[in-house]
Design a protein around this ligand. Sequence first.
Ligand code: GLU
Length: 464
Amino acid sequence: MSKVVTRFAPSPTGHLHIGGARTAIFSWLLARHFGGEFVLRIEDTDLERSRQEYTDSILASMSWLGLDWDGEPVYQSQRFDLYNKYIDQLLEEGKAYWCECTPEEVEAMRETARANGLKPKYNGRCRERGLEAGEGRVVRLKAPLIGKTVFKDLVKGTIAFDNSELDDMIIRRADGSPTYNLAVVVDDATMGVTHVLRGDDHVNNTPKQVMLYEALGLPVPEFGHVPMILGPDRQKLSKRHGAKAVIDYKQTGLLPQALVNYLVRLGWSYGDQEIFGLQELIEKFSTDNLSRSAAGFDPEKLLWINAQYIKKTPDAELAELVRPFLAESGFDGVGAAFLAVAAGMYKERARDLIELAAAMQPVLCADADLPFDEKAVEKALGEEGRGHLAALREAFAACAEFDGHAAHEVLQKYVADKGLKFKAVGPPLRVALLGAMGGPDLSAVMGLLGKERTLARLDRAVAL
Ligand code: GLU
């Protein structure tokens, strides 16, 4: 196979949403799988709605997801001369023509067709008139009137359209700008794109694009149209389903690899496997396993995948990922080693970095600021509980070397000597150290806090 070149072609009229991200990921995976190229094109011909800030945001989202592109992004707004060159070629070869019908006239033709029970379309009035360029005139493709336009879709199988159903499409507007289909075909062809993967909202454009390739004598790429992502209620996905822009997922503490993993699985499968490393995805990805049916977005499943990724991220790395989220709650400048241990202690149960940051606060906050859960205090810090804490305090204070292991030994000995069950001392100790029930292993917490801070917390609880 010649070199595979795929592309992602967003319109910068909004932030990158998860549907767009998913087709970008598929295209990226296909290129990386074959050692080919993945190119980026910014479709900014709609000058009214396109904004530089959205281009910046889309590029930032792609980088965050780890979707690197080859070469510089191509901007459609800078390629009008190129589009005109191809339009001129079609005009010269008699494959396109100038048309002076006004939009109102074309609408009237459609009305007439509709009234006669025919497909509403432009009636070809200027097709054979040999008009020259002129004010207010558009250029139309002289499309074949009979036969079929057929392409083999990588996802949907063979798709055929009757040419009689299709209009002589406009390829150059009256203001001189190229239309979307013309620009995309010229771009994909000149950028050497071999495989076009995109959302199936574009499937109706594809026969028109195939006609243009044929008219221009350019090789037609492979197409694959992936079904849309729907909400859990099978309606078009929107914010009300909890779907966010990619950039917002960063703010809510998702790991980019988790989002990539989730989005890939939403529309592609490899047996029942749910979790894939990036390298593994690159190796296993094939358009053969792209799903033909629309997938439902499930925020809970996304969080579940994220939790798996948090668990398997090395502690030191996770510490740096959660650091900005801690800073937001005022926990700045925590030492890297301390933070890594703390992150490791809490990562088992966190579904995103916000949850992780919140869970870690009891070990990070100053001993004098540890908040206490009133109910837990009431339950665990009665007279008996405080008595155990006072006794344990002395035993911990007597340790020459204090670490998690030593703390564990002291605890075991205390319980054994007194003939107690661990649950007599666990809850008061937990409330003293962490302010509430629940949380990680107590010996590990004490090892992390160290002797001085452990004693300070016990003293505070005894004095409550
Ligand atoms: N710019 C189009 C969009 O954002 C994509 C066009 C294409 O992939 O061919 O929907």
